[in-house]
Design a protein around this ligand. Structure first.
Ligand code: G16
Length: 543
């Protein structure tokens, strides 16, 4: 079958954002839109001839079609082997693991992560490099430049492959290896956490609920929690991945995982609750009656990870994204560990992990991970929590309260203003940046600005500098507000305002978060003119 070289013209909007190219499904369905971007990725993979590529997605609407397009194009571009999940499915952490263990040259992951799916929902394509992590900025920029100048793409005129059965098949000289999406991932988890210890806890009556939000982690959670750890059937709910996530917004937070929150705060709450997102890299942790913020979760995991077999030797260091609360910094200081502050985006952890400088890292946006792969990993976080609960013999809510008693509490909330007019959001950020030099020393209610800057990151491994990663205003009263625009939305702009206040005193750890942060929220509005610029009286989502 001869290779087809088909003429095309560039689309101007194919610049990857925080995590790959994310657009609505109708945009991706535009003729040549997928092909242009995939060809641009393939063009930027040096040494792809004869190499192995990993391919899979979170099963959202359009996954099935795009998997077939990528297979044909990979074959026409000389790729030697594609390892693809059965039915084209792979969670993002499972894809990262396969890229590493199969020594692939990289992977193409089809997902818009926590964004809603369906014919009018979102879709996304992301390239991960040979370390298993999201391509770093120089690579995503090269892909964008290529996409901006593309004139043709290569493909085959072949029928769709049947991806429903595991095994190997040939597509015009390229081997297509169809693998079970769960097996290798589950085996990796058995090496990291103590399954026997968790099984014993389950045998003793420990009960949990895992809400897969009708997204990719259902089969992973069912295999690991119910089959391998012996939890009763029904522990995993919404466990069948659906193309539109059953109408769920697959973002594991107290707003979108409302049923889980209601259960965990009600009279019949099990011991532990957890959820994951569209592609399985995010996690939500809930104790009885207590939502654990991702920032606190990272701090607790850092404090106790050494109980798990995968971290017995201790941690090399930790990292958090800049808007993530400083709770983990306090643990690192106590343990004498290096602690790095990176921009938002998992790709920035890659160099630190590859260089062995950190073992654990995490973000406020419900992402936590470790050096086992190069993506955040939702189910891994849940399993590490389970192992810590089993090892300490304490429920999650007590672990967190004890943690606050020991380290103090970083009250934390994120206010999202979604669907803001792009010009208004840009104006807000521009005015804010211009106001920074004059802010120091100013008082807002009971808060005094101590420092204000636009975060720039110098990568300690390769020396690269990434400027303009979010405006931070630090107050002398150990409080902080951060402003940035989301890089994962698909319509208009989303303004994210991250609020934080440290409370060291014992006995002041049970305030409602909104009360503890009221003064910081008022200061944020006074500083940035949120109402004035957006016309909104309140955020669309508070998490
Ligand atoms: C992606 C990135 C994360 C980032 C998050 C939010 O997550 O991988 O590193 O924290 O987006 O980004 P933003 O605030 O720019 O919307 P995911 O789970 O969507 O891949």
């Amino acid at each position: 079958m001869p290779i087809q070289r088909l003429a095309t013209t560039p689309f101007p909007d194919q610049r990857p954002g925080t995590s790959g190219l994310r657009k609505t499904v109708p945009v991706f369905q535009t003729a040549c839109y997928v092909e242009n971007f995939v060809q641009s990725i393939l063009d930027c993979i040096e040494g792809r001839e004869g190499a192995t590529l990993v391919l899979g997605g979170d099963g959202r609407y359009f996954n099935r079609e795009v998997v077939q397009i990528v297979l044909r194009m990979a074959a026409a571009n000389g790729v030697g082997r594609v390892v693809v999940g059965r039915d084209g499915l792979l969670s993002t952490p499972a894809a990262s693991n396969l890229i590493r263990t199969r020594k692939a040259i990289g992977g193409i992951i089809l997902s818009a992560s926590h964004n809603p799916g369906g014919p009018h929902g979102d879709f996304g394509i992301k390239f991960n490099a040979s370390n298993g992590g999201p391509a770093p900025e120089p690579v995503t920029e090269a892909i964008f430049r290529r996409a901006s100048a593309i004139t043709e793409y290569r493909t085959l005129d072949t029928p769709d492959l049947d991806l429903g059965r595991e095994g190997e098949t040939l597509l015009e000289g390229m081997r297509v290896e169809i693998v079970d999406p769960v097996t290798a991932y589950a085996a990796m988890m058995e090496r990291i956490v103590d399954f026997d210890r968790i099984r014993a806890m389950v045998a003793g009556g420990f009960r949990m609920r895992f809400d897969a939000l009708s997204a990719i982690t259902g089969p992973y959670a069912a295999e690991i929690l119910e089959r391998r750890l012996g939890m009763p059937a029904g522990t995993v709910v919404n466990g069948t991945p659906l193309p539109d996530f059953g109408g769920h917004h697959p973002d594991p937070n107290p707003v979108h995982a409302r049923e889980l929150m209601e259960l965990m705060t009600g009279p019949d709450a099990p011991d532990f609750g957890a959820a994951s997102d569209g592609d399985g890299d995010r996690n939500m942790i809930v104790g009885r009656g207590l939502f654990v913020t991702p920032s606190d979760s990272l701090a607790v995991l850092a404090a106790h990870a050494h109980v798990a077999p995968g971290y017995r030797g201790g941690l090399a260091g930790v990292a958090r994204s800049m808007p993530t609360s400083r709770a983990v910094d306090r643990v690192a200081a106590r343990l004498g560990l290096p602690c790095y502050e990176t921009p938002t985006g998992w790709k920035f952890f890659g160099n630190l992990l590859d260089a062995g400088r950190i073992t654990l890292c995490g973000e406020e946006s419900a992402g936590t991970g470790s050096n086992h792969i190069r993506e955040k990993d939702g189910l891994w976080a849940v399993l590490l929590w389970l192992d810590i609960i089993a090892a300490l013999g304490k429920p999650a809510d007590r672990i967190v309260r004890d943690h606050w008693r020991e380290y103090g509490r970083d009250y934390y909330a994120r206010h999202d203003y979604e669907g803001v007019e792009t010009e208004a959001a840009d104006r807000l950020m521009t005015e804010l940046r211009a106001a920074l030099p004059g802010l120091v020393g100013k008082r807002f209610g009971g808060l005094t600005v101590r420092e204000a800057d636009d975060f720039a990151y110098s990568d300690p491994v390769d020396g690269s500098v990434t400027p303009r990663q979010g405006v931070r205003v630090l107050f002398a009263e150990d409080a902080r507000v951060v402003f940035r625009l989301s890089g994962t939305g698909t319509s208009g702009a989303t303004l994210r305002v991250y609020l934080e206040r440290y409370e060291p005193a014992d006995g002041r750890h049970d305030l409602p978060t909104a009360d503890a942060l009221a003064e910081v929220a008022a200061a944020a509005d006074a500083i940035a003119g949120i109402r004035r610029h957006t016309g909104r009286d309140e955020p669309s989502v508070v998490t």
